[in-house]
Design a binder for this molecule. Sequence first.
Ligand code: BGC
Ligand code: IFM
Length: 817
Amino acid sequence: MKFGHFDDQNKEYVITSPRTPLPWINYLGCENFFSLVSNTCGGYSFYKDAKLLRLTRYRYNNVPYDSNGHYYYIKDGDTIWNPGWMPSKTELDSYECRHGMGYSVFTGVKNGLMAQLTDFVPMGSTCEINKLTLKNTSDKKKDFSVFSYVEFCLWNAMDDMTNFQRNFSTGEVEIHVGGSQLFHKTEYRERRNHYAVYAVNASVDGFDTDRDSFLGAYGENSAPSVVVNDQSKNSVASGWAPVGSHHLKVALEPGEEKTYIFVLGYVENPVNEKWVGRAEDGIINRAPADALLARFDTTEKADAALAELKAYWDKLLGHFSISSSEEKLDRMVNVWHQYQCMVTFNMSRSASYFESGIGRGMGFRDSCQDLLGFVHLIPDRARERILDIAATQFEDGSAYHQYQPLTKKGNADIGSGFNDDPLWLIAAAAAYIKETGDYSILDESTPYDSDPSKATDFMEHLRRSFNYTINHLGPHGLPQIGRADWNDCLNLNCFSEEPGESFQTFGPSEGPNAESVFIAGMFVKYGKDYVKICRHKGLCDEADTAQKAIEQMEKTVMDAGWDGEWYLRAYDHYKHKIGSKECEDGKIFIEPQGFCVIAEIGKDEGLCLKAMQSVEKYLDTKYGIVLLQPPYHRYHVELGEISSYPPGYKENAGIFCHNNPWISIAETVIGRGNRAWQVYTRTCPAYIEDISEIHRTEPYVYSQMIAGKDAPNFGEAKNSWLTGTAAWTFLDVSQYILGIRPDYDGLIIDPCIPDTMDGFTAKRKFRGNTYHITVRNPAHVQKGVTKLIVDGATIDGNMIPAINGTGHDVTVEVTMG
Ligand code: BGC
Ligand code: IFM
């Protein structure tokens, strides 16, 4: 069952019922100001940092779910309704929500009145625009009221939810009616150097800034008393809960329409003596707010800003596009994969409807992996991101696991000890260099622990990342796992003398014994990149030494990390095998199968094929590949968080979407295009749109997890949007299935597609040139390039050497066979 449909022409998902199984959201903002907006106008805004600079309030875990947002009420006779249905929940005569690239449009019709709300964050601004168009579609004159409503958050979202003894006394507002731009503004501020402004470009018939006055005693936002009575109270908030609400009385002749521009903005108010305490001027410096509002004070200016935003996205998505016989593939590759990658660039794991914006900020491993999916779109910002991440590394190569976006400083509460983290930095750096050819990043002076006095060049950061693994080997010569590797919940150092009976701590701790075969796979895969980077720098001895360490690790995996039919997962503190046929539960895990095959460990010996066959045999389901089998049926304290989940959820045998593309990529490594395709399509949003009632999260983006076959709700997804799945799937489909893969010296063309596919065309920007690629598959093979013609000349092999200069259009013809 579907709740909408894709509009490929406009790059939109069109939701046709407000009653989606869960809120289906979109992200507004590409730079510093962001809003989350659901299909019923729920959501909130923040500036740069969802925890520290939150503009509007959201109540998580609320009942009903998703019941605060930026709302517009229409009071038409006795009827109160909202164009996005919530919060009045008045049945609409028609409803539509279009989530597009950085904007959302809600169209509601009720009793011959159409209200269309367009929400977006203009480029280069610190505000959200809500453009509200009202049209009388009846044959009678209509007189009605519009009330706007936002509830301000007192900046620090955590404090806002917990520290009432302070916060109920901090709110102050200033209200300005009229003025040169005809804006009505409510400025919410705290006595600090920034404030929020909420304005409309019209003279108003009333306003409210105090929540209790607006809602009424014991009132709710589904039917605020001000709206019910059709009369604002002109309330002035002092402490308690400041809100912004404008009252507009509107009269429309049949067929007539009117448009209003509402702006919710963030303004810095630099400490400036002129403005402190001068009652006649107000206490804040209004000039920057006036300047912001002046940019959007007419419909034409707002429309131009929306057009600019759309042009920005068209240009961005123009970096990579394809055309094939598969409509769903095209729409995912051309639009939604890349869009989700950009959202993960902006949000990392901070703010979604499943991440509160308060807990996790930027993840070290998460952001490094996200980068794999957006580096081709915004290489300059990717470069900056890599250096920001590296600056949170410690001098021994380990790293803060998370950092705060505003301060860019490591989060000491979480600390370090996740032993895969350092290697992800090499993955990110290698992807950046392959995309751009820019080796100068290696020379950038980069701090440790955000302390400029402890800086080295970035190359040294990579060296310490690589050596961190070598310096932390366990009893079998495999990498120590530390608190956890990619699998946050496999905490093998939760040891005690009596396993299962008592334990040292619940939660991750470090120790020398527990080892990870997954990190071994990463070390081999990204170690090879490190070797290439060393060679490019002329560090031949270092490259040779690193190469030997990699070969040794491959041998170690084959000796101590192979279980007969698949790669082992780990050894625990007691040196017991994890992910082995000898285990009662958790006999086989997905992660080492993916990474050891991607690293080609034991490929010639047949290990890779065998491991992939085992994945298919033991881990496959119709909705994707589960993380492990059998699930842990009872709690194993010595394994940490993993078995605290019931079977089929999250890391305990859920379908973790993130590592499904690892398997798909691994299948391309061994040339099995049909299977790589099957794995790709099984979790791909557009391919499972028809089962939205089962899947439940947005059908245009990935979720972190789908309940596995051992869970009662098999097939139900959770944690949409902020997942490494976005980057990995785009990498899988663009670089491994379609096979257009940047490399150090050029662009590799190496498709591995289903044998039923005739071919495809692609347009790919690479180092300033545009490649127009046609792939033909006349022999219907799964992999193999027999002919590569570049601008009319046949080339040996399957790599197009990078060309000097930019601005060229290059024609590439590829024949598979
Ligand atoms: C785990 C969480 C953990 C999170 C953080 C998740 O997959 O289930 O418990 O806090 O990862 O990285
Ligand atoms: O790898 C992690 C990621 O960093 C956060 N979410 C869960 C994944 C698997 O545990």
